[in-house]
Ligand binder design. Sequence first.
Ligand code: SF4
Ligand code: SF4
Length: 269
Amino acid sequence: MQVVLRKYGNSTVAVLPPSVLNQLGIKAGQPMTLETTADGRIVLAATRRYTLAALPPLSALDTCLCMGASLGVAHGIERGLPPSERRQVVAVIGDGTFFHSGLTPLVDLVYNHAHTLTIVLDNRTTAMTGRQEHPGTGRTLSGEPSAEVSIAAIARAMGIPEVVQTDAYDLPRLGAELDRLLAAPGPSLLVNRGACVLLTRAPQGPVLVVDPVKCDGCRRCLVVACPALALRGSGKAARATVDAALCTGCGFCAAHCDRDAFSPLSGGA
Ligand code: SF4
Ligand code: SF4
């Protein structure tokens, strides 16, 4: 299935998973224009797992081609845009995919003076295929201790001037670093690290519950797109709820609630 994004002599083509096409209401072969964010940025995704972020409420991705393609496509768009339309392009890739097929296009980005910001979502595993080890985890596929290859060190060795590693749960610092890197002149790379909760099984805090009296169903907390959150009821009776079996206590939802409706589940983890 191919969707033409934009033509400047050569075409840029994206293949989207059927589930995403269905959600977006796009039919096979339907021409598309390349959508950008309000401030003119284009965001690309590498593989199927990140295409979840293409859907509301995140609506954070514009294209998805195949495993590891985000860096090369980002570079192609950056080079293909006429000078009057040049803008920041962001490529997103996972840690496992980075070792699988992200190294070569990263070399090309550096070599060709790209401005692209590459974000490596480092969840310390190859989650999409079943949480296998990879060269960045420090263990072989059979679980034996091994060399831990540093993505940040590779990027610095390639000559990328701005390389940052952030904690996925430290949102203030992550936001500040993204703002800084998006304004940086050369190529940059950010490794956002937070181990997959299915791997660690370690909660970040107590399981939360929503007080249905305080909650007014404003939906602000739903913007974090957490699978544990849902809105029950309709109209003025709608209220946010938390599935205690899925909540890891990260607190991201509560940070978006200005009605103080979240609290720890009594007797919870
Ligand atoms: S942000 Fe607070 S008030 Fe709004 S829906 Fe979520 S819990 Fe309810
Ligand atoms: S605390 Fe975190 S895991 Fe729990 S419902 Fe809120 S966003 Fe989801």
